[in-house]
Every structure is written in C-alpha cells, then in structure tokens.
Design a protein around this ligand. Structure first.
Ligand SMILES: [Zn+2]
Length: 345
C-alpha cells in the first residue's frame, strides 16, 4: 500500500476508535460503586443523604399518597428518578473518596463525573445536541424546499434526484439520534441509554448504506436492495442484541468503529476520484469530522464539571452538519442538471 494511503487508514482507525459515546467505563465497573448503587436502591440513601423518590414499599408500590401516585407509569418514573439519584450521589461519593486517595476522576456509564444543573446531568452536551438537531432540521428542510419547490419536477411530481428518499430517511434518523442524545445527556438511565445507543447505531448503519449507494451511484432498485438488505439485517440484529440480550459496550464499540471507518473511507475515496463540483465540501466534512474526533483522544474530564471533550466534540459537528447538508443540496442540483442535460425522462 502507498505510504500516504496507509497513514490515512491508520489515522481513520485511531480516530474512529474514539467515538466517545460508545466506550466502557472504569467508574461503574468499580465494585464499591456498584455496591453503593445497589444498597441505595434498597434503602434510598447514600450515607446521610436520602431521596424521596426511592421510597417504595416491599411490593414495589409507593407508600402513602393519593391514587395517581400509585399509577404504574408514575411508579416507573419514580424508579428512574431513584436510580438516577443513587448513581449520581454514589458517583459523587466515590469521587470524593478517590480524590482523598490521590486518584484522578474516572468515567461512570461512559461519562465523566459532571455537576448537575437543575437536574440536567450534562448541560453543555444537551445544548449542543439540541443545536445539532436544529441544524439537521434546517438542513433537511432547505433540502426539501430545494427539491420540491425550486428544482424542476418530473411529470409524476417526483424529484429527478434519485437519492432523495434516502436523504429523507437520513434526516429523520439524524434528528432522532440527536433527540435521544439530548435526552440521554439530560438524564442517564438504562432506558434513555438504550434509546441513545440504538438510534446512534441505526444512524451509523444507515449512513453506511447511503455512503455505498451514493458513491457507487447505485440507482437500480434491485442492486440497492442487495446492498442494503444484509446491512439492515445486521444492524437490526445488533440493536435487538443490545436491547434485549446484552448491552455489551466493547462489542458495540467494535461494530460502530467498523461502520464508521468504512463510511469515512468510502466518502474519502470517492471525494478523491470524483469530479463532483462540490467535492471540497465532502473533504471538509470527512476530515473536519475526523479531526474533531481528535478531541476524544485527549478525552479530558470536564472543566469545572461542565465542558468536557465529548461536549466540545458535539459542538464541532454543528458547523460540519451545516456543510454536509449544503453538500447534499449541491448534489441534488448537480444530479438534476445532469439528468436534464442527458434528456432522461
Ligand atoms: Zn453524546
């Protein structure tokens, strides 16, 4: 392999290994932390601190209170609140003890020990997730308007651009993923974690399919199905495995790394050989994204308990998302113009 190519590959592998959301953590593997959470769920207390949400009677129903306080949904919510309070306070407790012994901070459930603001666990990451969501909405909406109101349409009122349905799905999956990212960074419980991981995997898997279909310009329906079917089957199985069998962080990271590396390589290779007029935008997004992930190499604990590498990484994807959708719009315009030139129906 050519030296430069090999360096690129190495860079991609290293960078993609650092997809921050997807790593196992030392903090929650600590038996002392686990024992603390378990005990807290039973007693409702960490040390001298006790939490009202953790007051359950032995059969799981809450003690005292009117009928609506006995509703299953409300009880479920109480259990989440209880677990969240237990985890947070056990973490704070562990960190104080670790600090006294001269140990630095460690991660818990994939995240650094953060200071809560109004019950929001990671305010910076939540804010950036919401901005990413807004940016995807803006990007998708302007793509939609371009496609159906500005560019010429076929007689069937369909767009000439043959990748439009795929980008609509991509837009939906992106917004879905950032929504759950915002929820997960606000409140870290098993359910929000599963939603966040599942939607991230779904997005990653679908964008890999999209990378293959667009860069190889696969237009034929049968060929598209041949590419998509095995990948969709794999991604679905993987999501079911994570949710209903085992949330295996290590295995999930491997799956995500492979899917991320594959699509980065595909886009980068395509950007290198295509004569697409907007290929420079592809370059910016692929390498900007890769460089942004450098932040995760120096995955530092949060400044003043707020701004960590992961939050800054989420911030950098905001401008990249803008450029990405701008590339997608250019692609729609470019392809439409090409097809009209060729005189295709
Ligand atoms: Zn995140």
């Amino acid at each position: 392999m050519h030296m430069a190519t090999r360096n690129w590959v190495a860079l991609f592998v290293v960078l993609s290994c650092l997809l921050g959301v997807l790593d196992a953590s030392a903090g929650d593997a600590d038996p002392l932390y686990r024992a603390c959470v378990k005990q807290c769920e039973e007693t409702g207390c960490v040390g001298q601190k006790c939490f009202p949400h953790c007051k359950f009677s032995s059969d799981g129903a809450s003690i005292n209170g009117p009928w609506y306080m006995q509703e299953p949904l409300y009880l479920q919510w109480k259990k989440w609140d209880c677990l969240s309070d237990c985890r947070y306070n056990c973490m704070v407790d562990r960190e104080i003890k670790r600090d006294a012994l001269g140990h630095g901070p460690v991660k818990y459930h994939g995240k650094w020990p953060f200071i809560r603001v109004y019950g929001i666990q990671e305010p910076a990451s939540v804010a950036f997730s919401v901005l990413n969501l807004a940016m995807h909405f803006h990007g998708w909406l302007s793509f939609f308007i371009l496609l159906y109101y500005k560019l010429p349409l076929k007689q069937t009122k369909k767009a000439y651009y043959e990748f439009s349905p795929l980008w609509h799905i991509y837009g939906f999956l992106s917004m879905n993923s950032w929504f759950w990212s915002a929820v997960f960074h606000s409140r870290d419980v098993d359910l929000t974690e599963k939603f966040d991981y599942s939607s991230a995997v779904a997005l990653l898997g679908f964008s890999l399919i999209l990378a293959i279909l667009r860069s190889f310009n696969v237009r034929d329906e049968a060929a598209r199905v041949m590419v998509a079917a095995p990948l969709l089957a794999f991604v679905t199985t993987h999501i079911l495995y994570l949710n209903f069998y085992k949330l295996d962080y290590g295995w999930n990271m491997k799956v995500c790394v492979v899917m991320a590396v594959a699509q980065l390589l595909i886009w980068a290779t395509w950007a290198g050989i295509t004569r697409h007029p907007s290929r420079w935008k592809l370059w910016v997004v692929v390498f900007g994204g890769a460089l942004a992930m450098l932040l995760e190499i120096y995955d530092f604990p949060p400044y003043y308990g707020f701004l960590d590498a992961h939050a800054i990484w989420h911030a950098t994807t905001i401008p990249l998302t803008y450029i990405w959708w701008s590339f997608i719009r250019d692609d729609a315009e470019f392809q439409t113009a090409n097809m009209l030139k060729k005189g295709r129906p």
